[in-house]
Design a protein around this ligand. Structure first.
Ligand SMILES: Cc1cc2nc3c(=O)[nH]c(=O)nc-3n(C[C@H](O)[C@H](O)[C@H](O)COP(=O)(O)O)c2cc1C
Length: 167
């Protein structure tokens, strides 16, 4: 197994240190290498390292309290003018988010995926906080920081999930 896949866990505690700009750029490069339906690459990314902006997130997202101590957030959004099928937007953006999480491990960063889509209220609040235009749909937030906790590998391999040739 790829080491970064094996070591990836949701990291929700961070040190009070900034995330270097080159690392943020590498996360975004990895995000944009994701596969996408018809190779439309319908993703858009809103990046913030602004404490004041970031501090609004835990107020509107009930499971995002860790953002208060994060060094950066990436709001992964879909562009409906590029891809009008919401199902594909969700799949494509999810692939991009997973790439960010795996690259974060590789860069010794800690990260966690915070769901936004399909919660209508959360989507509305995030769209308003980040001034998203009508055709931009927020799918998820990645909270990022210098890790302040470590988590062990958890073996989730489960043979009963595999169906050979037929169900
Ligand atoms: C679609 C999605 C939404 C998630 N939303 C949240 C969230 O709002 N807050 C949070 O702390 N973790 C969130 N997570 C992280 C999961 O809780 C986490 O991946 C899961 O518990 C497995 O733990 P691990 O990531 O450490 O392997 C989300 C994960 C996914 C895939």
């Amino acid at each position: 197994m790829l080491e970064a896949i094996r070591n990836r866990r949701s990291i929700r505690k961070y040190l009070d240190k900034p995330v270097p700009a080159e690392k943020i750029e590498m996360l975004l490069k990895s995000a944009m290498q994701a596969p996408s339906a018809m190779n439309k690459q319908p993703w858009e990314f809103v990046v913030s390292q602004n404490r004041e902006v970031m501090d609004h997130i835990p107020k509107i997202h009930p499971y995002a309290q860790m953002v208060a101590s994060a060094g950066a957030v990436i709001i992964v959004c879909g562009n409906r003018d590029i891809q009008d099928e919401i199902g594909y937007i969700v799949e494509d953006c999810s692939a991009a988010i997973q790439n960010i999480l795996i690259e974060a491990v590789n860069l010794q960063l800690g990260a966690v995926w915070l769901g936004v889509y399909p919660r209508a209220e959360r989507m509305k609040e995030i769209a308003s906080l980040f001034n998203l235009p009508e055709h931009i749909v927020p799918i998820g937030i990645v909270s990022i920081g210098i890790p302040g906790e470590t988590k062990a590998f958890e073996n989730r391999f489960n043979k009963s999930k595999i169906h050979q040739d037929t169900w």
